[in-house]
Design a protein around this ligand. Structure first.
Ligand code: ATP
Ligand code: MG
Ligand code: MG
Length: 549
């Protein structure tokens, strides 16, 4: 169950099934193919597909492609792939609002014939002026009362291409005095000579979103049309259209609040700008809040679904902290990601008392709690690497790592003691000479106590790797509220480490495999750039919440 918790939509659906108003649930997810899906869409997907799933119903995937100027086939493909990746299956074939253009046209003629729509010749500017404002009631167009026959004739000629773009429009005849601006004789068809990816140049008039959406829902037999709150004021128009055309189905539109996430933007327009201006490396850059970006970052579908569930289904407008998303991811990876060792900033160690050519194979558990995840071999030898951050020449008691003259345990291996520090001419530490205690494999040393446990790899049995560390893309919690959201970009959102060393077993990692690099965080092999010859890992999330204020 995706939408487990009791919520107002669930209540409506259950009441409708109980009363017999509906025998089954049919929902739809209706994206406009003008960009990649983002985390907000994930919420809409989980709600629409999730409710259908919870009640053994069906959910359609319908492209709302009535705006030919902005749509691209590549977006449609990416959207469908994202929905599938999130774990949902749409019912039947993918639908397109454009598939209904003939029916929509016929319903428009029906409205004209019922004297409920008319062809208006006011210019766009005049229309705006006549519409009035919230304070000022609208004025009726002088063309509003033209004879039905005349509107019908003009509408047919609009379709036939006799008039210029914008020369006239078809408007519903509702109420210019309505306090709801959407009801002041809204435009339902406009002339627009534009090639459409599905219908080509067949049409030079296109229906508006409001006219299209409700009819598409009804054609598909949608029972509950679930959408975000900004459509609340459009509901009276949704109902008006369906009440006034001859169609049997009348879906119930129900609105819920959008998902807003701190430190990011969830507007396709702004995300598109980030891509076009090169602030990120494409729509699927791991810093992007897009579904494909989160995927490339290493988030699992289950963790995204879990996150959405935790944000709840309400009408309350709120912004969710990034830590909520990261906690869902962390929990999932903590359970499911195998452990491995990776040294981000290598510092060489030579074990003076370890034989030159000896290599020891040690079986290390892949997960400390889950034995069923098995073991992999790690290799111990005379030359090792630890992280530069894990050594100090002198340190206080709080530093539980390697210190000159002191001992530390190497994870899954022996206890070593640092005897000597080697520096280059500039005084940089370049190597440590240590001794290992051969009686400490899986045993505590006798007579002394090592200070903590650090990770390591052997020189001979490790591989070079590129590691990318990601941080928040924006420095402020609400970049979208800024006049210039680009100025709030975090210039340090990506740090590339190209001389890391990772344990041998990671040469077998497949793109998108996830790991906990012990003590460093959760990482995934890059979906596109990682290969056995060129290891590339992206940090999904740190081990602990680093966002705490
Ligand atoms: P954007 O403003 O980013 O362009 P949109 O709402 O125009 O988004 P659509 O492709 O029309 O994008 O969205 C498809 C569905 O996803 C709609 O039903 C919309 O309500 C829903 N949706 C979009 N953004 C969010 C969000 N932040 N939270 C929840 N649902 C959303
Ligand atoms: Mg939209
Ligand atoms: Mg939009």
């Amino acid at each position: 169950e995706v939408n487990k918790a009791a919520n107002f939509i669930r209540n409506i659906i259950e009441a409708d099934l109980e009363s017999g108003k509906h025998q089954s649930v049919q929902t739809r997810f209706p994206p406009e193919p003008n960009g990649f899906l983002h985390v907000g869409h994930a919420k809409s997907i989980c709600i629409n597909f999730g409710f259908a799933q919870d009640y053994q119903g069906l959910c359609n995937l319908r492209f709302d492609d009535t705006n030919p100027a902005k749509e691209e086939d590549a977006y449609a493909k990416a959207i469908a792939a994202d929905v599938e990746w999130l774990g949902f299956k749409w019912s039947g074939d993918i639908r397109h609002a454009a598939d209904y253009f003939d029916q929509l046209y016929a319903y428009a003629e029906e409205l004209i014939e019922k004297d409920l729509a008319f062809v208006d010749e006011l210019s766009a500017d005049q229309m705006r002026e006549y519409r009035g404002t919230f304070e000022v009631p609208g004025k009726e167009s002088p063309f509003r009362n033209r004879p039905i026959e005349e509107s019908l004739d003009l509408f047919r000629r609009m379709k036939a291409g006799e008039f210029d773009d914008g020369a006239m429009a078809l408007r519903a005849k509702i109420d210019m005095q309505s306090p709801n601006m959407n009801m002041r004789d809204p435009v339902i068809y406009r002339i627009k000579r534009q090639h459409h990816i599905r219908t080509g140049d067949k049409w030079c008039i296109y229906p508006t979103y409001d006219f299209t959406h409700c009819i598409s829902d009804a054609i598909e037999g949608i029972t509950h049309s679930l959408c975000t709150l900004e459509f609340e004021d459009h509901r009276p128009l949704y109902d008006w259209v369906l009440d006034n055309i001859s169609i049997d189905c009348h879906p119930q539109q129900i609105e819920f609040s959008r998902l807003n996430l701190e430190h990011t933007v969830t507007s396709k327009r702004k995300l598109n700008q980030l891509v076009l201006e090169g602030h990120v490396d494409g729509w699927d850059d791991p810093r992007m809040p897009t579904i494909s970006g989160m995927r490339r970052r290493g988030f699992s579908p289950a963790s995204i679904r879990d996150f959405v569930t935790r944000t709840g289904v309400t009408k309350k407008v709120h912004t969710v902290e990034m830590s909520l998303l990261e906690n869902s991811v962390r929990e999932d990876l903590g359970e499911n990601a195998p452990r491995a060792m990776a040294v981000l900033n290598p510092l060489k160690i030579t074990l003076s008392n370890y034989p030159e050519d000896k290599v020891e194979e040690i079986a290390a558990p892949n997960h400390p709690q889950k034995e069923e995840m098995g073991k992999r071999n790690i290799y111990f030898s005379k030359t090792l690497f630890i992280d530069q951050d894990d050594f100090r020449e002198s340190a206080n008691k709080k530093y539980k790592r390697l210190v000159l003259g002191k001992a530390v345990r190497l994870r899954n291996a022996y206890v070593i003691t640092c005897d000597e520090v080697i520096k280059d001419a500039d005084g940089n530490i370049i190597e440590l000479i240590c001794t290992y205690d051969e009686n400490t494999l899986g045993k505590n040393p006798e007579g002394y106590k090592p200070k903590g446990v650090i990770h390591w790899v052997s020189e001979s049995h490790s591989k070079p790797a590129t590691i990318r560390l990601y941080d928040r893309l924006f420095n402020v919690p609400n970049p979208g509220a800024s006049d210039d959201f680009l100025s709030t970009i975090n210039p340090e959102s990506l740090q590339v480490i190209d001389n890391a060393r990772v344990e041998m077993s990671l040469a077998n990692a497949k793109p998108e495999d996830v790991f906990q690099f012990e003590r460093e965080g959760y990482f995934c092999a890059d979906r596109f750039e990682h290969s056995a010859e060129n290891l590339v890992f992206n940090r999904t999330v740190t081990l602990r919440d680093s966002w705490a204020k």
